[in-house]
Design a protein around this ligand. Sequence first.
Ligand code: BGC
Length: 733
Amino acid sequence: MSAASLFRNILAPPVLAAATLVAFAGPSTPSPAGTPARPWMDKALSPDARADLVLKQMTLDEKLQLVHGTHWIVHRDGQDVPAHSNYGAGFVPGIARLGIPGIDMADSAVGVRTATFQGRYATLLPSTLGAAASWNPQAAFRYGAVIGRELRAMGFNMSIGGGVDITREPRNGRNFEYAGEDPLLAGTMTGNLMKGVQAQHLMGDIKHYAFNDQETGRTLYSADIGKRAARESDLLAFQIALGIAQPSGVMCSYNRVNAVYACENAWLLTDVLKHDFGFKGWVLSDWGGTHSTVKAALAGLDQEMPSDQYFGKPLKQAVLAGKVPMARLDDMDHRILRSMFAAGVVDDPPTPRTVIDPFRGRDDAQHLAEQSMVLLKNDAHLLPLDASSLRSVALIGSHADVGVPSGGGSAQVNAPGGDAAGPGAREGESIYFPSSPLKSIREHAPAARVAFDPGTDPAAAAALARKAQVAIVFVNQPMREGMDRATLALPGNQDALVAAVAAANPHTLVVLETGGPVAMPWADKVQGIVEAWYPGIGGAQALAGLLFGKVDFSAKLPVTFPRDDAQLPRPAIAGLAAATDEHAAAFDVDYNKDGAAVGYKWFELKHLEPLFPFGFGLSYTRYAYSGLTVDRDGRTATLTVKNTGQRAGTEIAQVYARLPGASGENYKRLVGFARVALAPGESKTVRIALDPRCLSVYDTTRDTLVRLPGTYRIVAGPSSADTPLAASFTLGK
Ligand code: BGC
């Protein structure tokens, strides 16, 4: 399909523009006679002062109007949309009398969702897990800026992307919309992503708070975990992301934590989030995640989404009866209003007038994908492929003739022109986007014969592979919200397919299009392995550029790839058997088993060797590490990286710490990292800031993070499993 025809239908004028432009009496509108003057429109005042001025004018009903949504994605079943809603996942009507716009929320984890409902187009970016593999905060910011730009153009003023639940369960169906297993990496990447969204003068969100680390029984389970482990793992990722993004919203999750629903958990919402983390924005419930009125309101929930079952009339009654103090309702409203002023959605509201530039989006997506694909194996210099000597390629599997897969659920972006892999839903498969690996590879190797086999019959695929110089097998793992994969094994016949092709052709490369880690029983039998994740609308172009060496691989794994399920803290997903039963009872997941030892920490603690370790990734060049020093109080580490190979590249240097013995920990933690771009032969000495929170333990008696006295052993190198440099510093009592 040509680029022109690909995008033709999406350049049509937005069908809802007229409906959505009537939004509200904005800041430039003079106050009609009889309505109050609007001193809160004075931009010189602080967001808090402006919010207080509005609050003083609000009636009880107006105060209640802001603390719940009005509908449950009604456009899906053809019902009427509330006046002014922009067809997003959630809508809170504004207060036109006071010049306060409505809140139009859009799911936008990896691109804006439901664009086609408005006759529009949205860019599909690589999965956020893939973006985390870049270890590049600037790239994350750019990622968010693409989403923000397109949200603005569509008239949304709030993104409800920003997933940062860490990969405690590698089979979790939503890992692709999160940012990996390490709190520092995940928090840094997600925080910068949301900062990029908000830089477009929009409101942003970080979710799902907290411990929504599996989809199986997500409304049924209680994640049971001690305070210290909680604060040094999942909650630390939130803390870091919140510190960077200062988001407007935090979405509390469906599950319970230590037996109490997250959206009515006073410890999570008030003690930790609002008090300890100093969160100034508002807590909104996940869709249908509110379970009470008084309990939730007093625990710190500020807004019920997407409707008003608990925070509509019942909250009004509770306030009038004094069961929820007016001050608490005012606090909810203050948090919402101050966030609107702080983000700029009152002063600079988005108007759905602009047509999205799909080509600009595709370029951004491609650039991000180039930094996200990880080269896991490259024996005998299989890659880069040499276009001048390449005569034949067998391309096999995963609809690689037409496109690349995407993740499902509320992170699903609409594919332009519909599913590239064919009309109609194919049960259990992903939606494919029109970025054709076959076409891109042909463009890079015009003299080669590039043939495609769908991979459904391993024997037929092997027959094609046998005749080719190089065989490239694409394998995929469909993932979506609401379900996990029962095992790390690739679904269907894909393991058999790879084994058959590898037996037929010694030069076999496997391209993984997965939501997260998978087992690879054939890893020793193939020459090359590339993890491409769900690569987005520029995925095929990025992949071809990397395979042919136009661009160097630089990404590194943001998650451990286990050998098999037996290596995991929970070899079978908790509640898997029960969750398929709609009458299933609540159950507990024992997160104290792994505690803060998530991912690579678990593997080190249990002396397990993964298939591919956290932080691992190859490139077309080589690097040498030397000269690690750490300053006296462990604020920064300095080290030198040299490019000892023949071509330019970018290395991701990683610094880990082992805490003093009193920590009781038998594993190291990531405490800093840096991307270092190097010409051939060049060396650079870089100073890497070490995050003090990652060097701390949570003291449960004083309820705070503390630095333990004693010796901190710092190691550094190219991955969690390869840390050639060592240094230390000692803190006194
Ligand atoms: C998901 C959220 C999403 C919301 C609105 C929920 O099912 O868990 O991540 O933002 O739906 O679509």
